[in-house]
Ligand binder design. Structure first.
Ligand code: ADP
Ligand code: ZN
Ligand code: ZN
Length: 728
């Protein structure tokens, strides 16, 4: 007899513990089973097995309750190997989230194989024994000949009707049978063309290969050939029979990375990302698990791919915010990559044209090895970037979206038959207030973040502390009454562009136009085929696109991301501007960029215009040090949620006091109401803790987390978010 400890698939904290079931058979740890839980039949996850010599009665007598048996075994073998099972445990501890939600985050949602019907000719019958002329009609004969030439073809790919095929099957001429096939999510468009690495690239590759097991930060300007470095490194490990993980921020936004990996490594590549259908995801997962592939290309969750013998883990665009998971378990992909790297003694490569401050600071301290690619391939110059002061435009009574320079450059580029990318910076969804006369943006005096317009209450609020003012009548800087809350929409702008410019054909690339499957690829392909000459989009177009004929990039409103209430606002703006500028002049012609802004002197903008990462880095580090933000400390954001508004603030204060008295050297800010104070009838307050060493605060957080989420369940819930990236 075996006692099976089962984790229940019910991701609330009160159930974050195992329950005992009985089984006559010895089961494997890591498989899923059906169990009865209360009145429900649900899925559980086997965490441990204990053999016992006692009988059921003896066991029940000892325990004082009746045992249930495992109803049914779902998986024949564990879904996660030992490494990943351990990782799930660590992840649960690190992020203070239920173990079951960690397991769920690591696995594809649907773990059922899908099948397609395939049809093939029953060879002996149809070809050899019964001659074709016995088929009744010429159509049937044609079909048989076609099937002769296409053995094992899929039903859906046959250019003959189902009725006709059924008929042939009835006559015993063919057989329609079920067959397991892998679905191919992407089709290849171009062949792989081998290139000779430049000396700079070679140096990077050699350096990384010489230091197996290290974390390397690859800082390479846009167009410096980082992708080729990744490919060469990957090829090396594959050659030595090791596997490689290639992580990208969001696959749908970086289709070119997928394509080059597929070109180079063919079906040794598996692709994992959120836009695959459940079946496709399952197929890819299974191929990885069966070790049929050597490379996994994927977004955030692909970091959990069940690869064995990993030699290399790459995070491209390592600074990207999408590497942070914003729901339970709230992990940082680079952290998981480094943990797996350690286990496998794999090298981890973090690549970016604009590394996160945290990563670059680590490289400066020697924690990471730093590699640089400071030039574009073939010494191609970086684009010429011009900053346009929109205050001057207003002074000249130009209130339109386009400055005079921008208007001229767009028209000139169109006239030359070249292509344009226009970035509409839309990150600042929460509107901020700006003076139309002097450009002043209203900020919190304590936090150096913009105040958010809470229109319904006629108030401006800081989301990092409790500061709040009534919506002002006049600009505190110049006294003007022309205060305005800022916000736009892409569709309106598309119309305006086509009206304003001669010969403009806009391809709008945003969440609306790319929603359908492979919608991104279709739009990009249209742009590549010159079915449009202006690609208009939000942040989505800033990454990874490589179009030869794009010579002009325009940023319509650089300020929106500068003015969001987030300590990373400058960093994100700098990154975005560098990324999007890097889309121009990648072919033979010189690139040109115009950035429209109300803050022409802000270092995030001037440094981006000069392609000057280092100056930006040091300037931003000064601000982070002064204001005590990462990388000068770690942060955990604590979200306190309750449907009872009368309770929440008191609980938040209790949490704050508890943390203050049970931790050392921490700064506890708040509690303050969340940006969205009430969400789905739940009230939310937030506390921000800054700390230097996690051991100074971890135990206190753990106790607090347990107390509210396990013992006091129901009334108040608490979510800890380490390394927070968002404040919603
Ligand atoms: P990054 O990822 O750093 O922005 P890419 O890897 O996209 O840069 O490279 C920019 C361009 O240079 C691409 O078109 C790529 O094919 C080309 N390229 C990269 N390495 C080489 C090389 N060694 N020789 C010739 N062309 C190269
Ligand atoms: Zn003003
Ligand atoms: Zn503040």
């Amino acid at each position: 007899m075996y006692i099976v400890k089962v984790l229940v698939e019910h991701p609330v904290h009160s159930l974050d513990t195992t329950f005992d079931y009985l089984s006559h058979k010895k089961l494997m740890v890591g498989i899923r089973v059906w169990i009865r839980f209360g009145y429900q039949k649900i899925i559980g996850y086997v965490e441990a097995i204990e053999e016992t010599s006692l009988s059921q009665e003896e066991l029940e007598k000892k325990a004082g309750f009746q045992y249930q048996y495992i109803l049914k075994v779902i998986d024949e073998e564990p879904l996660l190997n030992e490494e990943l099972q351990n990782l799930a445990h660590q992840l649960s501890k690190m992020t203070l989230s239920p173990r079951i939600s960690c397991l769920q985050a690591m696995l594809p949602t649907q773990l059922k194989p899908g099948t397609h019907q395939a049809v093939g000719i029953k060879k002996q019958l149809a070809v050899q024994v019964i001659p074709h002329h016995q088929a009744k009609t010429t159509k049937q004969q044609e079909c048989l000949e076609y099937l002769d030439q296409h053995p094992d073809i899929l039903l859906k790919d046959i250019p003959y009707s189902r009725g006709l095929l059924n008929n042939l099957e009835k006559q015993g001429l063919i057989q329609i049978y079920e067959k397991e096939v892998y679905r191919q999510p992407f089709s290849l468009q171009h062949e792989y063309q081998p290139v000779q690495l430049t000396d700079d690239q070679k140096k990077v590759v050699d350096g990384i290969l010489a230091h197996q097991g290290r974390v390397a930060l690859l800082h390479g300007v846009t167009g410096s050939g980082k992708t080729e470095v990744y490919l060469t490194l990957a090829a090396h490990y594959i050659h030595h029979n090791q596997s490689v993980m290639m992580l990208v921020p969001e696959i749908s936004l970086t289709p070119m990375m997928v394509e080059v990996f597929r070109q180079r490594f063919g079906n040794q590549v598996a692709i994992l990302h959120s836009r695959l259908s459940q079946g496709e995801k399952y197929d890819e997962y299974r191929r990885i698990k069966r070790q049929e592939v050597k490379v996994v290309v994927g977004a955030r969750s692909a970091v959990f791919a069940p690869l064995e013998n990993i030699g290399l883990i790459i995070l491209d665009e390592e600074h990207d915010a999408s590497y942070k998971q914003e729901s339970k378990p709230r992990y940082l992909t680079s952290q998981i990559a480094k943990m797996r790297g350690k286990t496998h003694h794999a090298s981890v490569v973090l690549g970016s044209a604009t590394p996160s401050l945290e990563s670059y600071a680590r490289a400066m301290k020697g924690v990471y090895d730093l590699y640089e690619l400071p030039h574009r391939i073939n010494q191609k110059p970086l684009p010429k970037v011009e900053i346009v002061d929109m205050i001057q435009e207003t002074r000249h009574r130009n209130y339109s979206l386009f400055s005079r320079q921008m208007r001229k450059s767009i028209q000139t580029t169109l006239d030359k038959g070249e292509q344009i990318i226009l970035l509409l910076n839309k990150r600042g969804y929460a509107t901020y207030v700006q003076c139309q006369d002097c450009g002043e943006v209203l900020k919190c005096p304590h936090c150096d973040v913009t105040l958010t317009d809470h229109r319904s209450e006629h108030k401006l609020k800081c989301h990092y502390c409790e500061y709040m003012i009534d919506y002002p009548r006049v600009c505190p800087h110049c006294g003007s009454t022309h205060l305005k809350s800022i916000g736009y929409g892409t569709q309106k702008i598309e119309e305006e562009i086509e009206k304003t410019f001669v010969g403009a054909k806009v391809i709008r690339y945003d969440v609306d136009t790319t929603r359908q499957k492979n919608g991104h690829l279709k739009l990009l392909e249209k742009f590549r085929k010159k079915e449009g000459n202006i690609l208009l989009g939000t942040q989505m177009i800033a990454k990874g696109l490589d179009f030869e004929d794009v010579t002009f990039v325009g940023v319509l409103n650089a300020d929106l991301s500068l003015n969001i209430p987030d300590f990373r606002a400058s960093e994100r703006t700098f990154q975005l501007l560098c990324q999007v500028s890097g889309r121009s002049g990648r072919g033979h012609k010189q690139g040109h960029v115009i950035i429209q802004t109300y803050n022409p002197d802000h270092y995030a903008i001037t440094c981006a215009a000069h392609h000057d990462y280092k100056t930006f880095f040091y300037q931003e580090m000064k601000y982070r040090q002064k204001a005590k933000y990462p990388p000068y400390c770690h942060m955990v954001s604590i979200l306190i949620q309750s449907p009872h508004e009368n309770l929440i603030h008191q609980v938040a204060l209790d949490v704050k006091n508890y943390l203050l008295s049970h931790s050392q050297q921490t700064i506890v800010l708040g509690p303050a109401k969340s940006t969205i104070y009430k969400m789905q009838d739940i009230y939310r307050e937030r506390i921000l803790v800054k700390f230097l060493h996690s051991q100074d605060i971890y135990d206190a957080l753990n106790v607090m987390n347990d107390y509210y989420n396990k013992q006091q369940k129901g009334k108040v819930r608490v979510v800890c978010d380490f390394n927070p990236y968002s404040q919603i």
